[in-house]
Ligand binder design. Structure first.
Ligand code: ARG
Length: 582
């Protein structure tokens, strides 16, 4: 309901002595399609007209005139509501017709009007394999970037890697120990994880190692060539591994998007100078802090007594950088709920520094991925952070792909499918995992279970992919190009109107996803679209797509193509492939 809602409001305005805006705000969708498509409640008029709302509704409905072939075919009074009835062929032309004639602009809007958004997402701490929980920020961010682009924004993506800190000193200690026996030891994310675990094992019995690690990190901070060389190797290997996984999930960060904590560490001095100039720094227990007590927050630590830099300071420097480089209209941080306080402190400090753009920064939070009992027992992953309570994302993707392969082969009906099984199982398996990110609102905590994340049934990504493949195959069988003008009046099945109404709501779903930074709204929309389409598809008794009449068939295939296009566009937004056959 958008453009035709406006028309309904404008039609009503001269009849009810209200302006179109306030009418539009009151419009509702009637509970059942047979009651009409856009409803206006008459309650608010009862007082001034001194009449009961149902009588008012009947009055108004009787007065409106509808030109032949317009967007509405009539209006009816349903209790206290005046309900407008959409003219199905007109609606079909304005939805399916437009989509087919101009697929490139279907799902696109100019709402953003070239405004710039910086979006930071994924941002893992590196030098270990990506854990499955990283999928949250990664997929939410990638989907939001695509949603904003589709809405006409200029989008700059950033990945604020955790690539600095004493951990790197620890890795260097273990690396150096090993280097004596094996000077050419290979480095990848798994061996880095081993070095990390090794360090913590050794440090339990050797108290001197902690100091040694701090020394290495100090050397790194001072630009020592050997420490820098090792750090570069560790970082490059990590980014290489990240890119490999991102590619599998249709996430494509430009090369220069990787601006991590190391990068901003080098820019912190200027930030600290500005904090000092603004008189914001205070000494507290040997550390320099920004006092935030009057805002109900603990102080923000800028640097510690030993001068060591801190996470928050790098975030201040990085926010300034984002603004100076891109002069953003909006700057989003896709980071877990747990860091809520951190971002409130950082944004408040930016405000105190006098930056009016601080209010344009937003922490887009999401819930936790919790691991139930038994989840770890099943995996080969040894686990990272010291104790092994982590599941590698790569393992999850691999298992999902394996399961998808079995399922697809079990049901394969065509040569096309079996010949393409490798690519297809990758698309479907990864699709299942990725889509599970969008099956609830982002703020909700989700519990990780293998069953759920590997699900290929029900309201899942593979179900949407399968629907897309089925529509593609119908169109392949039809095998003709669709004429640009289609006789939509040939589709009379009652569900057809529901399909066109659904299609008309795609833009609204994208707009809402943008407004609420909530890609799951696109997922919900796609499931609803697939469900309405299924209602006509399964009514084989009353509805055939291929008929004896060429024009009728063409109109019906036009509807199929419009639904397919919308599914394909939405799947792409969410980062899923849209297979042609499955
Ligand atoms: N690397 C951090 C972590 O893994 C997340 C970084 C979030 N982004 C930021 N600008 N602080 O916890």
């Amino acid at each position: 309901m958008t453009w035709y809602k406006r028309l309904a409001a404008e039609t009503l305005a001269p009849l009810v002595d209200l302006d179109a805006d306030s009418i539009e705000a009151q419009l509702v969708k009637p509970p059942k399609p047979e009651m009409g498509d856009v409803g206006f409640p008459c309650f608010s008029l009862a007082k001034s007209l001194k009449k009961a709302p149902p009588a008012i509704a009947a009055d108004i409905a009787g007065k409106i005139e509808f030109p032949e072939g317009g967007v509405f075919s009539g209006a009816l009074a349903a209790g206290p509501y005046v309900n407008f009835v959409l003219n199905t062929p007109y609606l079909a032309e304005k939805t399916a017709g437009l989509a087919i004639q101009n697929p490139e602009s279907w799902g696109r809007a100019l709402a953003g009007d070239g405004k710039t958004m910086v979006i930071e997402y994924s941002s893992p701490n590196i030098a270990k394999p990506l854990g499955v929980h990283h999928i949250r920020s990664t997929m939410l961010g990638a989907a939001l970037a695509r949603i904003y682009r589709a809405r006409g924004w200029k989008v700059v993506e950033m990945n604020f890697l955790g690539d600095w800190g004493t951990t790197f000193g620890q890795l260097m200690v273990s690396y150096k120990q090993k280097e004596r026996d094996n000077p050419d030891q290979p480095v990848d994310v798994h061996s880095l994880l081993q070095l990390y675990v090794q360090f913590h094992n050794d440090a339990e019995s050797d108290a001197s190692l902690a100091g040694e690690a701090r020394n290495w990190f100090r050397k790194l901070e001072d630009g020592d060539p050997e420490a820098t060389r090792l750090w570069k190797i560790f970082r490059d290997e990590s980014v290489k591994d990240l890119q490999k996984l991102y590619t599998r999930m249709n996430v494509h960060f430009p090369e220069d998007a990787f601006k991590g904590e190391a990068f901003f560490t080098k820019r912190m001095d200027a930030t600290i100078d500005r904090l000092r100039e603004k008189n914001l720094l205070q000494e507290s227990q040997g550390a320099q802090v920004v006092d935030l007590e009057r805002f109900g927050m603990p102080p923000l630590l800028v640097f510690k007594s030993d001068g060591a830099s801190l996470y928050a300071t790098r975030d201040l420097a990085s926010a300034e950088y984002r603004h100076d480089m891109y002069n953003f209209d909006k700057s989003l941080y896709i980071v877990a709920n747990q860091q809520e306080l951190h971002f409130r402190q950082v944004f408040k400090t930016l405000e105190l520094m006098g930056y009016d753009w601080a209010t344009r920064c937003e922490h887009v939070k999401f819930g936790m991925l919790a691991f139930g009992p038994g989840v770890f027992g099943e995996t080969a992953a040894t686990g990272a952070t010291r104790k092994g309570r982590v599941i590698f994302l790569e393992d999850v993707l691999d298992r999902a792909v394996e399961k998808a392969r079995e399922l697809i082969l079990e049901n394969a009906r065509s040569e096309e499918v079996t010949a393409n099984i490798d690519a297809l199982s990758e698309q479907v398996g990864v699709g299942a995992v990725v889509f599970s990110e969008f099956s609830q609102r982002r703020q909700k905590d989700v519990s990780f279970t293998w069953d759920k994340v590997l699900s290929l049934h029900g309201d899942s990504g593979p179900y949407l992919q399968y629907t897309h493949a089925r529509l593609s195959s119908m169109l392949r069988k039809y095998g003709r190009a669709l004429p640009s003008a289609l006789p939509w009046e040939r589709i009379t099945h009652p569900v057809a109107k529901d399909i066109f109404v659904k299609l008309s709501e795609y833009q609204d779903a994208l707009a809402a996803a943008e407004r609420e930074n909530e890609p799951s709204l696109v997922a919900t929309y796609l499931l609803e679209l697939a469900a309405v389409f299924n209602r006509i598809y399964t009514d084989k008794e009353n509805f055939r797509f291929i008929t004896d009449d060429e024009e009728t068939t063409a109109a019906r295939m036009g509807m199929v193509e419009a639904v397919r296009l919308t599914l394909a566009h939405g799947l792409e937004i969410l980062g899923l492939a849209a297979p042609e056959a499955m």
